[in-house]
Design a protein. Sequence first.
Length: 342
Amino acid sequence: MKDIKSLTLNELKEELALLGEKPFRAGQIYKWLHVRFVSSFDEMSDLSKSLREKLAGEYYITDLKKLEVQISQDDGTRKYLFELSDGNTVESVLMRYHHGNSVCVSSQVGCRMGCTFCASTIGGCIRSLEPSEILDQIYKITSDISERISNVVVMGMGEPMDNFDNVVQFLTMISDENGLNISQRNLTVSTCGLVPEIRRFADLHLSVTLAISLHAGTDEKRQRLMPIARRYSIDELMDACKYFFKETGRRLTFEYALIAGVNDTPQDADEIAGLAKRVSAHVNLIPVNPVTETGYRPTSGKETNAFKKALEDRGVTATVRREMGRDIDGACGQLRKRRLDG
Ligand code: SAH
């Protein structure tokens, strides 16, 4: 059986041609899947019964199961735990902002990058998600709240550049005018810094924002926090960032989790400012979410603001990310983890 929800409209047209069907049928089916979010071929009422049966014999429709929703009393943030058809689970988060609804999606079950402060990586990577499984996180949340999603960040569980083709297919389909038609400018992909993949991504010339999880300004310090830093130096990473900016014209973002006593000194700020200026990046600061296993503590609010000011004094724009849903399982991967731990 084949995964029909992972096919672009053009791919669907080709598949239907092989079944001896007219191309316009693809448009009908695509709309049922990607606008009306049906979960069975029987619901596709403008198709003949024989075509519906033929499709059901060849394809399955990815349909994530909502296992759990936690709703923040503070700010309306919702954390979802979804079950995939093989029993694995992934998390997604809905954040409500003045400018619209933003969803953070997972791209893998677990992660193999091994960042020391991250809960998603405990237990390694079980498997990558199919395009349909990334799309369906957004479809299920859209149905749940009956509101449009305007922004998507690929910042949940997993390393998107370690699932390159499926993530690119997802970005193409979520921004397709025949589907949810979310502008590419409102899509962000976050990576821990896989240099060859960043260059490959730049070559696609998508209008997507790229966020780099930096978290340290020297190789030595970064290597202690992130194993990927042993494979690619900060210089190599910055060259890839420059290349991305040159090819796409899109300004990059540096993600920086502030960890008390680890990467939050004035000297750290100085180093980060230098790197941000080198590639004209914007810096997003977030006090680290404590994960029980790590022992890391977040930098205080006062020191976080001082770090931000130190960047601004050097001509770098920075924002402190509002911590959403503090009252529900904080860090990425913790909802799933709590459930696995039982
Ligand atoms: N693998 C990708 C995307 C997923 S993580 C990446 O590394 O970018 C999304 C962001 O959350 C990354 O910037 C990541 O470094 C950060 N993050 C992970 N654990 C965190 C924690 N405990 N506190 C704050 N940020 C964290």
